[in-house]
Design a protein around this ligand. Structure first.
Ligand SMILES: Nc1ncnc2c1ncn2[C@@H]1O[C@H](COP(=O)(O)OP(=O)(O)OP(=O)(O)O)[C@@H](O)[C@H]1O
Length: 252
């Protein structure tokens, strides 16, 4: 039995003749916040898409909970305990915050969730889950507001909440702070840090202050491969990392 919740070996993704992800061996230990960073175009999102099942890898393997999931579809991965944050565009803008969470909780039941005649018992259970997550993401004050009326930062927090409704073993977050105002970033930082106490989190993020303050482990990607991996302190002082980021600007 592996001590790792997620493990890739020689994982790669090509777009035609171009190799966006070379041969990546990534190991994510249970109970950690593991962040993947790297300059623009390093292959982070492409790697993420292979992990979530949105893209079929060109080579290599992915094991989750000791099971080979390389060719499993995205929905099946969710039912195995992997969840990714939703995008703002996938929120139900015309429904309240609580309703969005309830529907996400209902989504745990797979295709059955499409039925409108959810039993009273199940409905109660889903509502309970929605309230539990609402507390966690601290949107109680706006639970009755329409999702479309929330600030962008609050919408991003709600997306994370929707992923949490499935009680995932692994939460995958792709740039959760993108588009967020500086005032909202500490809220997201606190939320992910809090979630890290109960979940294993894999994060792709550009905001270095957030990354350095909450990550247990950091993998740095460069040109489709892993350049270096270590604790935040190790990464901060690494010369190769500094070099890879040279010429990069606009990211803290
Ligand atoms: N659908 C695609 N077809 C062809 N090339 C692609 C496609 N998607 C991404 N790429 C290229 O693959 C490389 C890696 O892109 P990717 O988005 O994975 O990098 P990234 O590290 O997530 O970058 P960023 O930090 O800017 O989001 C880039 O050179 C990009 O231009």
């Amino acid at each position: 039995m592996s001590e790792y919740l997620l493990e890739t070996s020689g994982l790669g993704l090509d777009y035609g003749a171009f190799s966006a992800v070379g041969e990546v061996n990534l190991k994510i230990q249970k109970g950690t916040i593991h962040t993947v960073i790297g300059p623009n175009g390093a292959g982070k999102t492409s790697l993420f898409h292979c992990l979530t099942g949105e893209r079929k890898p060109s080579r290599g393997k992915i094991h989750f909970n000791n099971e080979n999931i390389t060719y499993l579809g995205a929905h099946k991965r969710v039912s195995k305990g992997m969840a990714r944050s939703f995008q703002v565009t996938s929120l139900f803008q015309e429904l309240s915050v609580l309703e969005n969470l309830r529907i996400a909780a209902q989504g745990r039941d797979g295709l059955k969730s499409l039925k409108f005649w959810v039993s009273e018992n199940k409905n109660h259970h889903n509502l309970e889950k929605a309230h539990e997550v609402l507390n966690k993401i601290q949107l109680n004050d706006v639970s009755d507001r329409l999702a479309g009326e929330l600030s962008h930062g609050q919408q991003r927090v709600l997306e994370v909440g929707m992923a949490l409704c499935g009680s995932p073993a692994l939460l995958l977050l792709d740039e959760p702070t993108s588009g967020m105002g500086v005032d909202d970033i500490p809220i997201m930082t606190g939320l992910i840090s809090e979630l890290g106490k109960e979940h294993t989190v894999m994060l792709i993020e550009h905001n270095m202050r957030l990354v350095m303050s909450i990550s247990d482990r950091i993998t740095v990607m460069h040109q489709g491969n892993i350049l270096v991996e270590g604790s935040p302190d190790e990464i901060k002082g690494d010369e190769m990392v500094k070099k890879a980021y040279l010429g990069e600007s606009g990211h803290e």
